[in-house]
Design a protein around this ligand. Structure first.
Ligand code: ADP
Length: 672
């Protein structure tokens, strides 16, 4: 076994590899970009070496920098994780040439499987079933059109060098073909520097089923069974599970054999995944990923194995720890990918700071959270917006689905938009419980899965408003008490913050805004026992908020609920039953929402999306003139001129995701 390895990756996968290395007594070296100084993976490793600026092109993708860090730190091997350099044959070869072990397959195997078109040709020769299609080198438009007719519409155009769903186009009819091919080629050229495309039959209701394979340097190749990754958005995986529902032993055997044949055909070594698309009883080879997959934990959960340990052993020249006859499946595992993205905006990645993060409690063998972030970290546009992978295990599928729903309910994220609502809706959907899986699941059930589709549970709105009001009042009381303490006269009636009035019943009015709805004004009447009578839009309630070791407990008219309130300035997020409710407290005394530094710059007060820009460089504006609109927490925030002046620069455009504190508009020094 190696003494020391370098992990050429970041985030959850780097952390996950470090954990296994540590368990095996292998020292670890992390690498990090400028954006990742102090990141979880860099702190977790025994050493961490800087490799350059934030953009991956200048750091995580620069093989020479990584090899240099490996040489200087004395690492004997490099684990590439997934993404970045993991499927880069030249990098694998450069490692070999530098005398450092690449923990992955040989460069030739990566190369052979690197192109969807070439790997298909190879699989065809090895007798692995393929989707009817054309994957030839001749890209003549007339030929592609004839092939599409031969295959039969609808067809799917894919980039031969593709990955990540880039360059993919569904074509329903011949008239749309040329435009689709053109678009796919443009995208393929931009993403992969190679504009070749392939055409294949578009299956209308397929499942994505993939086989985990493992091979050692002694010629043993085994299948570690399948994963069903049919729950997808934009042709990319969101929820994966093992085993695949409805898989019978005969089919498992034939798919496993096809996958092993695919691996053998390229002299494979290490962990790999052979992806199939399945419809009815048929299954077809799509591609082979020559690395560890994001979703490998579900296989680990049902086989009881540690695939990273297997990778390290195989790379160190050991035989596979177990042969085919000793491998078995136990129970059912499901993984949900928690992403910073907005399902209601076509899953556009979101950026921002994880102002509040509570992850589900891990239970060995049953609930596992693989993550690379901690509270306070930022999700930036530089890298993949995945926050974590939640993996659960149950004795059977229904038990796993229940555990998934329960663990998702424990998740609390404030500060950026996530797909947690969607994941919870999927976990709760009867079609998911019934394992009615295919790649169109999310699109087909979109109406029920998106936030607007969910019906608010009884009492939710009252509870949210009451929790927000009680929090604001408690904070006010604490501030007044602190101030009274400072004046030295805690008994002064002027220091009392409980709306005490000389004559009779006192009250305080609080105004909250929630999304685009009209503001709501609540009247709060304090009661001697510390509770409140709250006049809500639907009537009056008795409400109290208390804290114990498990968090906050809200009581409304005798009904108690667990919840959490995260407050930052006048923004409050009430997390109730796994749902975030964002409210803005309209405080007439609060400072204005434009943060201007020295009157020269206007910065984003919260992370959000620029929805309107009303000024251009050179414009003269009056004090308080609207400059631009940022949408955050479903609320539009108008940023206004801090003073009269001339706009020097507008540093954002409509549609940009902006980080909190980023300068959006600059002013000229001199006043008008
Ligand atoms: P990428 O490597 O770009 O992610 P894949 O070839 O792995 O692309 O395909 C990604 C997803 O696209 C699949 O999981 C499936 O949902 C869908 N897909 C791919 N090929 C077909 C097809 N022939 N018919 C229908 N859907 C397909």
């Amino acid at each position: 076994m190696f003494r020391k390895i370098l992990i050429a990756n970041r985030g959850e996968i780097a952390c996950r590899v470090i954990a296994t290395a540590r368990r095996l007594g292998v020292a670890t070296v992390a690498v990090y970009s400028e954006a990742d100084a102090g990141a979880r993976h860099a702190r977790m490793a025994d050493e961490a070496w800087p490799i350059g600026p934030a953009p991956a092109r200048e750091s995580y993708l620069v093989g020479e920098r990584i090899l240099d860090a490996a040489r200087r730190s004395g690492a004997e091997a490099i684990h590439p994780g997934y993404g970045f350099l993991s499927e880069n044959a030249d990098f694998a070869a450069a490692c070999r040439d530098a005398g450092i072990v690449f923990i992955g397959p040989p460069p030739d195997a990566i190369r052979a499987m690197g192109s969807k078109a070439e790997s298909k040709a190879l699989m065809e020769r090895s007798g692995v079933p393929l989707v009817p299609g054309y994957h030839g080198a001749d890209q003549d438009p007339g030929l592609l059109a004839r092939e599409a007719v031969r295959i039969g519409y609808p067809v799917l155009i894919k980039a031969s060098a593709g990955g990540g769903g880039k360059g993919m186009r569904i074509v329903a009819a011949p008239a749309e073909l040329d435009a689709a091919v053109e678009g796919a080629k443009r995208e393929a050229l931009a993403s992969f520097g190679d504009d070749r495309v392939l055409v294949e039959k578009y299956l209308t209701r397929p499942r994505h089923i993939e086989i985990q394979v493992f091979a050692d340097t002694q010629g043993n190749t085994v299948s570690l069974f399948e994963r069903d990754c049919s729950i997808q958005r934009r042709h990319q995986k969101v929820i994966e599970e093992a085993p695949a529902p409805g898989m019978d032993p005969a089919r498992r055997r034939s798919m496993g054999e096809a996958a092993v044949a695919a691996a053998r055909a390229v002299g494979y070594v290490g962990a790999g995944t052979v992806e199939f698309i399945a419809e009815g009883d048929a299954f077809y080879f799509m591609e082979m990923n020559t690395r560890l997959q994001v979703e490998h934990p579900v296989t680990e959960m049902v086989t009881g194995l540690d695939l990273v340990e297997w990778q390290l052993r195989v790379a160190a020249g050991e035989p596979l720890p177990l042969g085919e006859d000793r491998l078995g499946l136990r129970g059912h595992a499901i993984e949900a990918r928690v992403y910073a993205e907005d399902p209601t905006r076509d899953f556009l990645p979101a950026v921002g700071t994880l102002r509040h993060l509570r992850q589900p409690r891990e239970v060995p063998g049953e609930v596992r959270v693989d993550t690379g972030v901690v509270e306070g970290d930022a999700i930036t546009p530089n890298y993949d917006p995945m926050i974590a992978k939640l993996v659960v295990w149950g004795a059977d599928r229904p038990a796993a689905v229940r555990r998934l729903a329960a663990a998702l309910a424990e998740y609390e994220v404030v500060g950026l938009t996530t797909n947690l609502g969607l994941l919870r809706a999927i976990a709760a959907h009867p079609a998911f419980a019934a394992a009615e899986l295919d790649t169109g699941f999310i699109a087909r059930h979109a109406a029920a899965l998106m936030p607007a589709g969910a019906e608010a549970p009884e009492g939710e709105r009252e509870a949210v408003l009451a929790a927000a009001a009680l929090t604001v009042l408690a904070d006010r009381r604490a501030a007044a008490e602190a101030a009274a303490g400072a004046t030295g006269d805690p008994w002064s009636p002027w220091a009392a913050a409980n709306a005490w009035r000389m004559n009779g019943d006192g009250y305080q009015d609080l105004r909250f805004r929630e999304g685009e709805a009209d503001p709501v004004t609540l009247r709060a009447h304090p009661r001697p026992d510390g509770s409140l009578r709250l006049d809500l839009p639907g009537g009056s309630v008795e409400a109290a908020l208390s804290e114990d070791e498990a968090g906050a407990l809200l009581r409304v008219d005798g009904v108690t609920r667990r919840l959490r309130v995260v407050r930052r300035g006048e923004e409050l997020t009430v997390i109730l039953a796994g749902r975030n409710h964002a409210l803005l407290h309209d405080d007439p005394l609060a400072p204005p929402r434009t943060e201007a530094a020295g009157g020269q710059r206007v910065m984003a007060p919260v992370p959000g999306r620029v929805t309107r820009v009303m000024v251009a460089p050179g414009d003269a504006v009056a004090k308080d003139a609207p400059l631009l609109v940022v949408e955050a927490m479903k609320t539009e925030i108008t940023l206004r001129a801090p003073r009269e002046g001339r706009v020097a620069a507008v540093r954002c455009a409509v549609g940009d995701m902006v980080e909190e504190g980023v300068e959006l508009v600059g002013f000229e020094e001199a006043a008008l």
